[in-house]
Design a protein around this ligand. Structure first.
Ligand SMILES: Cc1ncc(C[n+]2csc(CCOP(=O)(O)OP(=O)(O)O)c2C)c(N)n1
Length: 465
């Protein structure tokens, strides 16, 4: 906030001077009434001088804080703050408005933080095709909807078709935009040739130059619309563009869903849509089971995990969806785990979106079905533990680098430093097998560890060349 804004905050609000921005004030506001009590914020909040900056407390002692939240949501981050802290960084992204607010997801859900972050980066210009699954339930339970809009009325446009055809549904959304925008681009080109208005000409030039980037085209499109509205000229092309205002800016096309969708039932579509070489972004919330319907095993479930239809631990290994996608060579592919590396996560999301072709991001998403022994408040820490044990790897495969003669693969996670078996035992989906059938657990868990090691080695070799 600017100082003038901070001065209007409710009495008793906790406001600090902002680091790195003299004259600016900073506050974190919490909606006490919407808090699901997961405790995740307290878990990730650092300790200062041995004490947590945040602690959980009951409604009766915290209700006053709601006033500061209500004040906070009305404010907009000052433009100079947005300029200084780049959007595609952990800090900068958090100054952007989330277009995903309070969902009905389980407390501590590993899926929602990814979706929230994606909306912070692209929410004012994004379309989402959502597969049936948890994300369509926390994302669209009638009559309330956690996706929201800003003061200008912009926000994600969201739709859910079916479990089995979501990738195709998203590609359809993209194709529709492409057709609409082709006509707008043609009208803009024709208008530039017809008009003698220099402001209009310059605005169109900027619009055309940025047409493939949703980030750069956003302002250019608004500026072109303003220039056309201001110019007195009577022209058919101008009329056409203004009649189709909502379709002028380049949109960011996202396709969301779980592993049951992406690895199994919607896989044919995911594969086909990624292979089609269109500019769409697929985000898979990988909970390693069909979470929404009670935890059935999917092809993403790793060896040894207990799930529905795998009551004695899954016999066969997790499908390597990222490797399949990388084999095409022209698909941007990343594996992320927000709690393990915030920087890598936001970078991957920004790169995927900026890549002009198809992108696939697979995000590790802890789930109540995993039975994290320390509880869902530690879900983000569990992501970190998964990476430290080599259970999950972080990497980015960017075909744009190959075009520059560089290695497209960047392995972002280090060689495992934590005990693999100890990680498995920290979750009841694995530990139940150790307790009920220790011999079988030994066999399957050893195999699982070998598979994880082999995968990391394969990635290391690929990243070296
Ligand atoms: C063709 C079809 N089969 C089964 C279902 C029932 N169903 C809805 S959501 C879901 C599970 C989704 O699992 P996943 O894709 O892993 O997402 P998650 O819930 O884990 O986020 C199932 C089986 C369906 N809607 N359509």
């Amino acid at each position: 906030m600017d100082e003038a804004t901070a001065a209007k905050a409710p009495a008793g609000a906790k406001i600090a001077d902002m680091k790195g921005m003299p004259g600016k004030k900073f506050a974190i506001t919490i909606s006490v009434l919407d808090c699901t009590g997961c405790g995740s914020c307290v878990n990730v909040c650092p300790e200062v001088k041995g004490a947590k900056c945040l602690t959980m407390a009951g409604l009766e002692t915290t209700l006053e804080a709601q006033k500061m939240f209500d004040f906070g949501v009305e404010q907009e981050t000052p433009a100079d703050v947005l300029d200084k802290f780049k959007a595609a960084t952990p800090k900068g992204s958090q100054f952007l408005k989330p277009y995903l607010e309070f969902s009905g997801a389980c407390a501590g859900c590993g899926e929602t933080p990814y979706a929230k972050l994606v909306t912070q980066l692209f929410g004012n210009r994004m379309y989402i095709a959502n597969a049936t699954g948890c994300s369509s339930i926390w994302g669209g339970s009638s009559p309330s909807n956690p996706y929201t809009k800003d003061a200008n009325g912009r926000g994600p446009a969201w739709g859910n078709s079916l479990f089995e055809d979501n990738a195709e549904f998203g590609l359809g959304m993209f194709m529709a935009q492409k057709a609409l925008r082709k006509r707008i681009v043609e009208a803009a080109e024709a208008l530039a040739a017809e008009t003698s208005d220099e402001t209009v000409k310059a605005a169109i030039a900027k619009y055309l130059e940025t047409q493939d980037s949703s980030t750069d085209n956003f302002t250019a499109a608004q500026d072109m619309i303003k220039a056309l509205e201001a110019c007195g000229c009577d022209n058919e092309n101008k009329k056409y563009i203004l009649e189709n205002k909502n379709f002028v800016a380049k949109k960011s096309q996202w396709i969301f869903g779980g592993d049951g969708w992406a690895y199994d039932i919607g896989y044919g579509g995911v594969d086909h849509v990624l292979a089609s070489n269109n500019d769409v972004n697929v985000f898979v919330f990988d909970t390693e089971v069909y979470s929404n319907t009670g935890g059935q095993a999917s092809k993403s479930t790793p060896t040894g995990a207990i799930a529905q239809f795998a009551a004695a631990g899954k016999e066969v290994k997790k499908k390597d969806l990222a490797a399949i996608a990388m084999s095409y060579g022209y698909i941007y592919v990343a594996q992320v785990a927000m709690g393990a590396d915030y920087n890598q996560c936001v970078k991957a999301i920004a790169e995927a979106e900026a890549y002009p072709g198809p992108s696939l991001i697979i995000g590790y998403a802890p789930c109540i079905n995993h039975g994290i022994k320390k509880g869902m408040s530690t879900a983000q820490t569990e992501e970190k533990n998964a990476v430290a044990a080599g259970y999950w790897n972080l990497f980015r495969y960017n075909p744009a680098l190959a075009a520059e003669g560089k290695n497209p693969l960047t392995l972002d996670s280090k060689a495992p430093t934590a005990d693999y078996r100890a990680f498995l035992e920290s979750e009841t989906r694995y530990n139940r097998l150790s307790r009920s059938n220790p011999e079988r657990a030994n066999v399957l868990f050893e195999r699982s560890e070998k598979e994880a090691k082999a995968k990391f080695e394969r990635l290391s070799k690929m990243a070296e060349n």
